[in-house]
Ligand binder design. Sequence first.
Ligand SMILES: Cc1ncc(C[n+]2csc(CCOP(=O)(O)OP(=O)(O)O)c2C)c(N)n1
Ligand SMILES: [Mg+2]
Length: 372
Amino acid sequence: MSYTAATVQLLSPEGSLVTSDASAEYLPYVEKLSDEQLREFHRQMVVIRRFDIEAANLQRQGQLALWIPSLGQEAAQVGSGFAARPHDHIFPAYREHVIARIRGVDPIKIIEMLRGISHGGWDPAENNNFHLYTLVIGSQALHATGYAMGIQLDGLTATGNPDADEAVIVYFGDGATSQGDVSEAFVFAASYQTPQVFFLQNNHWAISVPVSRQSRTPLYLRSSGFGIPGVQIDGNDVLASYAVTSANLDAARGGEGPRFIEALTYRMGAHTTSDDPTKYRDADDLDFWSHADPITRFETYLRSRGEGDAFFAEVATEGDDLASDVRKRTLELGSPPASKMFEHVYSDPHPLMDSQRAWLEGYEAAFEGGEE
Ligand SMILES: Cc1ncc(C[n+]2csc(CCOP(=O)(O)OP(=O)(O)O)c2C)c(N)n1
Ligand SMILES: [Mg+2]
């Protein structure tokens, strides 16, 4: 599955602006962007890709239990991430590393979680309303809808002052659309006309299950059956992601109810470092999507606007600096005592946990002093 006649695209794979009936509605959002904002889109995409590669390397070197790459999905995330205003609430899945960064989450917090030394990651209240990663597929759609219902009950939407209105955006994947939680969230969102945008990153795979198995129709059509308008965008086009998400969040904040965006993109890497996509993926698909790379496309666009080598070199250095900083701080993290795994299993002391902790302590003690 790839682009359809309905796919909204503002920047062609060749890196030039698209003028069409479909793009006309959204281009005004792009026209308002300053050169600095455009540069920032590029900066974030490049820097997070470099971080992503470093984190995957750290996993291979035994420093992380797991890494979840977002390589290839940078445009879908950066565009929509910048469309959200600081007071909007963002409910991610687990791959939205760059949106976390945009909202001020220190990337080491994501590393700590995937090293297995922190349980949750960060406090959303201290990180610009960027909520916790959710690994239970699709459940965040319900969390987001519940939160959006709360915003509505608090009278924080359609206040008459568009700058003050709040909304929610929730991210999930193509596989998540098959979960009951996502359908239930659609039902509640439509019934209560919640101020929220459902943002689907269709990266074409749910681990090894292709999206063609998840849905017989393009996914953007699904939400209309629930009474939620849906739109499909080229998710590798950062301008389309920004403009369409901005328009839909404006509608949600203004009291027009929920919206659904399907961003067509591609997971260029493995599902996680525990996966081997060569076992199930077709090389032709990878070839098609590597020609639609979001970063190359945007670089061509910026160069056509006069951006020079100095800027691109500066951004590359920034990526390298972040990567080495994250590497250094990861190596300094150490490991928690093994006994920590028994904490928080039950809220009160529990005899089974006590006996297992005692057994582990005895087992570990058996190795002490054993080395000659
Ligand atoms: C409720 C639940 N069922 C199964 C899993 C195992 N699982 C982890 S990721 C994943 C695939 C999700 O695919 P998708 O929603 O497309 O997101 P992507 O990883 O492609 O971004 C599955 C089935 C899980 N984490 N939670
Ligand atoms: Mg997927």
